[in-house]
Design a protein around this ligand. Structure first.
Ligand SMILES: Cc1cc2nc3c(=O)[nH]c(=O)nc-3n(C[C@H](O)[C@H](O)[C@H](O)COP(=O)(O)O)c2cc1C
Length: 228
């Protein structure tokens, strides 16, 4: 499995010193290489030095990715999928990052604001050992067997809700997300699904995510699509 998936963590304390031009241009370069889940959905990712809202203040973070998208079915999953590529890339490059569901952007943009991600030099390390992951066991979030389920299990989620369910059979993984509630609104659940899908995609040779018809229902969950 992708080694970074097994050691990344959210960083909540950053070195206040700005990253420097060379690092920002590497981030911009990486932003130009991301793979969308749904290529027909317009989105943008910009770099900001300020944001409003929880965590952003007080964490020492001074760099943020701001994700925007046109609104279409699948838009939030698409942003989760794209953003998680950045989260893993920061970790791979020794930087820290943290998705920010509570942040609000300082400036407007053409597309609708979706979510932000803080990034920067971590105070301490951006990595941890597998034993330090706080996650549900596979038996609670999946059935069937597929080696990629472990990568999905280790994915980050808003408030660590892990509100997904994966049903694996015959090389396919059917993906369900928990019905939205007050704690986990629809938007976060969809972003979380996109994040887990990127973890699965990074373990898959020819990743495809399709809508099947006649998929068995799962009580309390919404079918999101199938990895084939
Ligand atoms: C969509 C999303 C939104 C999040 N929003 C916040 C946030 O506003 N503030 C925060 O401190 N952490 C936030 N997180 C980080 C989660 O709390 C964190 O991923 C989860 O607790 C698992 O921990 P880990 O990332 O270290 O594995 C968010 C994560 C996701 C995926």
């Amino acid at each position: 499995m992708n080694e970074i998936i097994r050691k990344r963590k959210s960083t909540r304390r950053y070195d206040k010193a700005p990253l420097g031009e060379a690092a920002f241009s590497k981030v911009s370069e990486k932003l130009g290489t991301l793979t969308p889940l749904f290529p027909d959905i317009k989105y943008s990712v910009t770099i900001a030095d300020k944001t409003k809202g929880l965590l952003a203040q007080g964490s020492g973070a001074s760099s943020f990715l701001v994700f925007r998208s046109e609104y279409k079915e699948g838009a939030y999953e698409n942003i989760g999928f794209i953003g998680q590529q950045m989260d893993l890339w920061f970790s791979e490059n020794g930087l820290g990052s943290c998705w920010l569901g509570m942040a609000k952007p300082n400036e407007g943009g053409d597309l609708s604001y979706v979510i932000s991600m803080a990034f920067g030099k971590p105070v301490g390390t951006a990595h941890r050992s597998l034993a330090d992951f706080n996650r549900k066991p596979l038996s609670e979030i999946s059935d069937g067997s597929d080696p990629r389920l472990e990568a999905a299990r280790l994915a980050p989620s808003g408030m660590n809700t892990q509100g997904w369910y994966f049903s694996a059979a015959d090389g396919k993984i059917r993906c369900y997300r928990k019905k939205p509630g007050i704690i986990a609104p629809e938007k976060l659940g969809c972003i979380d699904m996109g994040i887990a899908l990127w973890h699965i995609a990074s373990e898959t040779e020819n990743f495809r995510f399709i809508q099947e018809s006649g998929v068995p229902e799962r009580k309390g969950f919404i079918y999101d699509g199938t990895v084939v």
